[in-house]
Design a protein around this ligand. Sequence first.
Ligand code: BDP
Length: 684
Amino acid sequence: EIDYQCWLNYEHIKDQSLLNEYAKYLKNIVINENSYIIDSIKDEIYYSINKILGISPLINNYTNSNKFITISKIGKNNLVDSFLKDEEIIAIDEEGFLIKTVNSHDKKFIIVTSKSDNGLLYGTFYLIRTLQEKKLLDDLYVLENPKTPLRMINHWDNLNGNIERGYAGKSIFYRNYELVDNLDRIRDYARLLSSVGINAISLNNVNVGKEEARLIDDKIYIVETLYEIFKRYGIKVFLSVNFASPIMIGGLKTADPLNKEVNEWWKKRANFIYDHIPEFGGFLVKADSEDQPGPYSYNRNHADGANMLAEALAPHNGLIIWRAFVYNCYQDWRDQNTDRAKAAYETFIPLDGQFLDNVIIQIKNGPMDFQVREPVNPLFGGLKKTNQILELQITQEYTGQQKHLCYLVPQWKEVLDFDTYLFGEGTSVSEIISGVPFNSKKFGIAGVSNVGDDTNWTGHTLAQANLYGYGRLTWNPELKSSQITDEWIKCTFGNNSKLLENLSNMLQNSWTIYEKYTSPLGIGWMVNPGHHYGPNVDGYEYSRWGTYHRANHFGIGVDRTLKSGTGFTRLYQQPNFEMFEHLESCPEELLLFFHHVSYIYKLKNNKTLIQHIYDTHFEGVEDVQELINQWIELEGLIDNKRYQDVLSRLLEQKEHAKEWRDVINTYFYRKTMIYDEKCRKIYP
Ligand code: BDP
């Protein structure tokens, strides 16, 4: 089905002259190496050329033809090597690639080369995308290296087949505590991921139950099968583990990281895992967080916990990815001074420099939890001697649950571009996660997957763009949002100019539209507790989770300043501290995250805060109508299945946007008794 193929749907080219042009090169492919990744490369190049051109290419060790493509690693094919310059060889990193068109006296051919099989695979997918975008091949020259070393997807799948915060059906991996029957689909998933450069995957939920804990024991055969599939696409497998596994499945009385028996137990587990899975990536750990066990139960700190596991995996080159999402979820809302936003910083900064080299701290983009807008987590900009990866949420938990259109690439770009000033001006988050300033390859980026077993993978067809965009940003965080968007549209829907225009408008504006009709100016939450869908202004206001807006009838917002609030602002380097600390310099979209502000406070556009809340909520709904209008214009330019699917979701989005508008506006009207200047309908 067309929606199943996502951006690898290789539409057949109708333009005869372009077809002829392409066929000259693509009839003959030279591949003279063997490995399981090379086998995948052969499959991919054959399949894509077959679909795009309608011809069956010949794949051989050599060719007599004078136009062809060769795909081989540096040092494996004399012809290729003779056309590589020393500078080029130096410039290609381990996973990078070079594609270039070579003109020699009797031959004209395209080289795809790299130092690794992974690099060749990425180069091949790049070449295929060139065809999808209908670009010419005569003068190709592309040298690309991934800017982040670890490019990971995290699955929150449980063995019973449910997905925590999944909005596109059931797990594509598990059903009834076993592997699903349809392994082809998992292979297709691996193809999608590697086509955008993903090289690591964690296979189970960070909240690890008793059944999932067995994945490192008698259920390892499930992981083995998945490993066999993913390794063919250059993707390393990781597992989430429960810190209390020695008790849960090992029969020990303790999981104390400083206990000898516990250490031995983990070492044995590690040996066992690597016997089955020689290239196993490592563990992902959620500890002392939201009722998960951790080192705190034994009065140990997070370095003790992480290092103990790291020692067990180190002989096998395994990694421990240890999450920074550690906070007390039993807070007292009456206490104005506790601040959940400070928790991760306060836990990890004192331990900076104490983690072993194979430990990586995985840090959510914001200090709270994947809200529609948050400032960047100040741990980025704090940690100087610790490996770090950024955690993003591709699944739209707080951003419309794949019923609303919310394209997250613009949000992620803001995070990645944020300058932390860690080593002076110019230490952006993307710079940090490249590992370059730390001279380490144990840095990168992880995203919580948005796929399930719905035919189109993501529920909302346009949410496929979030998976694609995420992948492209892991490869190169500096890519422009507009470029990623255009690529995705062309590969997924084709090159029609009207389609490009409308769809890229829709995607690019959708995040701010969602923001307009939901919680204002960085305050977040205001959702129904538990499932987190739909408006509920006070849903979390008087509970233990530490997620408050502190609205009263004078004003709203959390005072996180050093001068009069929780002091969270102080966790940022200068000049960010000053910027957030003062009302006048605080970016307005984050105003209520950092400041408690009166409803009649005048914003930069001279509107009062309350009028801003009313206006944006009315506008948000009008903007959703505009999304619908733009989509309707595309009828006939898109297959009916995908057209109808998106249309029905947009219509549903509009109804929910109205609900958000009315709940939020009414709440603040009642709190303030200040009329809307434009006298629109607000429910008294
Ligand atoms: C929150 C989710 C919860 C996750 C948690 C986490 O609501 O389901 O378990 O994050 O990241 O956003 O551990």
